[in-house]
Design a protein around this ligand. Sequence first.
Ligand code: TEU
Ligand code: CA
Length: 557
Amino acid sequence: MEQEARAWWKEAVVYQIYPRSFADSNGDGIGDLNGVTEHLDYLRELGVTVLWLSPFFSSPNDDNGYDISDYRGIMKEFGTMADFDRMLAGIHARGMKLVMDLVVNHSSDEHPWFVESRKSRDNPYRDYYIWKDPRPDGSAPNNWGSYFAEGAWELDETTGQYYLHLFSRKQPDLNWANPRVRDEVYDMMAWWCGKGVDGFRMDVISMIGKENFDDGPVTPGKVYSDGEASYKHTETTHRYLREMRERVLSKYDLLTVGEAGGTPEQAIRYASNDGSELNMIFSFEHNDALNDGTAMGKWSDHGAPLAEVREILNRWQLKLEGRAWNSIYLSNHDQPRQVSRYGSDAPLFRARSAKMLATLIHTMRGTPYVYQGEELGMTNAYFTRLDQYRDIEVFNTWKLWVETGKVHPEDMMRWFARIARDNARTPMQWNRSENAGFTTGTPWIGVNPNYLSVNAEDEARDPDSVLNYYKKLIALRKAYPILVYGSFAPLLEDDPSVYAYRRELDGERLTVALNWTDRTAPCALFDGAGKELISNYASHKEGVLLPFEARVVLEKA
Ligand code: TEU
Ligand code: CA
């Protein structure tokens, strides 16, 4: 196989910060940019090389910053542009890079563009958004649903037309067919690159190329259709991304990752080695394994069995190798905590399984992404009362399914406790002081009570902690090119308990074996030969892997 092209964004380890929940520097209960700046040494010591911050731009926070009202302004709760400049200087001074969240499929309805657009049908900004006449009976232009459990169209009384919002009503979709909109976006991207930003995570970038507004198919039991055939992964989207590369991305040395989902074949379009669009994308397939195919989508009791997860992750590894670069992640601000979902957050197994999952993320082929708190083995909060939640997706889902009597409240609360995005948004657990050291005020969302045993300060002192295991893994990634550039080959593909695979590069071979279960499992892959790079057990039992045991062994091929 020809020498893989080297690139810093392939060798990176990216840490995602959700600023609202990371660190509050001024006691208002909301995380902020100075809070990030105050913890840059912690991040440098962890070893991560790139920070991806969820949106920190002006926003009414209907969707916690994913609804932007000024693309060149800093959200007032997060601080000022001077605070941003200080944070960026601090990141660069420590040899790290900053990736910003580019949310341009939609803006906030409080953005001046939309305030103008909705004033009249002939306003110069009207075509910055997607407006359609009602159907003859006055209903919405088509049967599409939003991703937040309601219709995708909102009637604007002033002009008697509906506007499209694939997310909340306060997140009107931008009209990318309008070249003025694309100019505005490219100019804004170049402005941030001029300030020194090192890349973009592109929010729902696979949806920007709407090609028609035809009704979609309605899954039995669902209220709205899924219009994705009209707007997701279209040729138009790829045309816009090639234009974006030509107009902006090609002019800077950036990490670009698209939140695209889709199949490996589609990923090869978005993240092709030919550099025509983006460096890499986030797949959703392993997250969507939650969906058990019912009308309720991800709201289910479905777990994450090894057979399903392994089939998905291995298929992505094999199909992309040599054709496109991959991202490897299990957590982000939209997903439940990985140790609760894929491992075990029972006290006996929490740390062990957290380390096993971390080993998977850092030994596969692709850029690893670590979500804030994952490195501590933070778990779901399992909120039991609706008033503990903050996410618009939860409240809209409750309205659509429980208030209409379609779903029993107990089922919905069980699904929220397991799967709601709020599980990833509880405050970062820094130490044992009140509110886990996140704030001296009242936190905007409840702190997970387990911060007394799961926190950065205690784990920094414990050589056997999840935190120190992440530090070792990230150091390995920097020390062994085989972890970045090695080929991938599955092993034991039908094993009921062990997830195993092999990496090879320049005459060396790395064998990785992960016991996905809380029981001892037979495994004959290791005979004592080779050099063990890392394990989450200090000693091993011949011929087996202990509960959630991870082993990584390097030898001559
Ligand atoms: O997420 C898009 C997305 O596909 C997921 O949000 C998913 O549809 C959602 O979690 C409902 O299950 C991006 C951001 O990551 C998310 O936080 C935003 O809410 C969303 O886009 C809109 O900007
Ligand atoms: Ca604050």
